[in-house]
Design a protein around this ligand. Structure first.
Ligand code: PLP
Length: 398
């Protein structure tokens, strides 16, 4: 099997074997339904769910009752935004609702917002970010209206690695009685996320981005100062404090809890180890191919798990066949011939006619020194075979 050097951890991380071991008994031995509270099997399952909830809460310095299990970030983002807006509309049906967000959000934030706008429930401003992907507090202040009730901002960017200054934004939002939701999919288990210190109202994340299973995630909903009320996502048997009915996915919940427990212990070391390796990879590539452009903040001020590189004048269709042993993501400001390119690259100022490929290289806990060395060799070999080091800095513009 080719594609064996895995550098697509922002898409999904491998399951940690310790997580897998923790999950196993909940498939075939402890298979009870946590809602069955008249027998041992149900009690065991409920205990496992509540233990996992505690571990998730501990990782982000929250209270267990502030954690609801979902199917992942897409669901958490949808529920946070639709649930909050429906709840605000129920309280004050005639009051206008204005939402501020950035123009680099993941589709699972952008699309539910556009859906609610289409339904006439809200007005939205998708605010511009700077060339490194930062949304400034000044831009938020300038666009804030008396009807602005919610901000939604991605914490760590999945494509360009920008870590927003959420502490400052959360403090300002709280002072101005604006609810702040953050898509923290690439933040939780990677950087310090502390809900005690940051007055964030709602926070979403997915298990499979922190070495847990797919199809499980969580939504944090603040319980105090102020308490956030969400309209239920699913109506039915009343699970998850009547917010999300349906039998709980016990093995995956246990897996998410274990993944959070491991992250709490290992996150700092993972970061330090990766920081050195990613910096070396970038320095080596840049010294061999000075034309390479780094998208997003400078190395040292971005998440260490990601590099996003534009290769001026190289098309995706040229380079991807040379990278068969390397699993990375690709994109360009303009996707060959069709002017609807990557909205994130466009938002940070790429030329909308430029078809040059951008590679997203994302590593993780399981990425070894040898993997980094192989990744460098593969990219270097591919670029040399395309004579990239001999090219002038001319972008192919359609
Ligand atoms: C920043 C961000 N938000 C949301 C999602 C959606 O996560 P999921 O597919 O687990 O629902 C992703 C996944 O790629 C992501 O990177």
């Amino acid at each position: 099997m080719s594609h064996n050097i895995y550098f697509d951890n922002n898409a999904t991380t491998p399951l940690d074997s310790r997580v897998f071991e923790a999950m196993k008994p909940y498939f075939d031995i402890c298979y009870g339904n946590p809602a069955s509270q008249l027998h041992q099997k149900g009690w065991e399952a409920k205990e496992a769910v509540e233990m996992a909830r505690k571990k998730v809460a501990q990782l982000i310095h929250a209270k267990p009752e502030e954690i609801t299990f979902t199917a992942g970030s897409t669901e958490s983002n949808n529920w946070a935004l639709k649930g909050l807006i429906e709840s605000l509309k129920e309280k004050n049906p005639l009051e206008p609702l204005h939402i501020l967000t950035s123009n680099i959000e993941h589709a699972s934030v952008k699309e539910p917002l556009l859906y609610m706008k289409k339904k006439g429930l809200i007005d939205i401003d998708f605010l511009p970010v700077d060339s490194q992907g930062f949304l400034s507090l000044e831009t938020l202040k300038k666009n804030c209206r008396s009807s602005t009730k919610v901000i939604s901002l991605i914490w760590v960017h999945n494509e360009i690695g920008t870590i927003q200054n959420l502490k400052e934004i959360a403090a300002w939002a709280q002072e101005n009685h604006i609810y702040l939701h953050t898509d923290a999919t690439q933040a939780v288990g990677k950087i310090e996320v502390n809900m005690d210190e940051n007055p964030i109202s709602l926070l979403s994340f997915s298990g499979h981005k922190l070495y847990g299973p797919k199809g499980i995630g969580a939504l944090y909903t603040r319980s105090l100062n102020p308490k956030i009320t969400l309209h239920p996502l699913l109506h039915g048997g009343g699970q998850e404090i009547s917010g999300r009915s349906g039998t709980l996915n016990v093995p995956s919940i246990v897996g998410l809890g274990k993944a959070c427990e491991i992250a709490q212990l290992e996150m700092k070391n993972d970061w330090i180890k990766t920081s050195q390796l990613m910096t070396d990879l970038w320095n080596n590539l840049k010294s061999e191919f000075p034309q390479i452009k780094l998208n997003g903040p400078k190395v040292g001020t971005r998440t260490v798990y990601n590099l996003n590189l534009t290769l001026p004048g190289i098309q995706g269709s040229d380079i991807l066949p040379h990278l068969q042993n390397l699993c990375v993501s690709g994109g360009s400001a303009c996707s060959s011939g069709n002017l609807q390119g990557n909205p994130v690259l466009l938002a940070i100022g790429h030329n909308p006619n430029d078809t040059s490929v951008s590679l997203r290289i994302s590593s993780g806990r399981m990425t070894t020194n040898e993997d980094f060395q192989k990744a460098f060799n593969e990219i270097s070999k591919a670029l040399k075979s395309l004579r990239f080091n001999e090219k002038e800095e001319v972008h192919r513009v359609l």
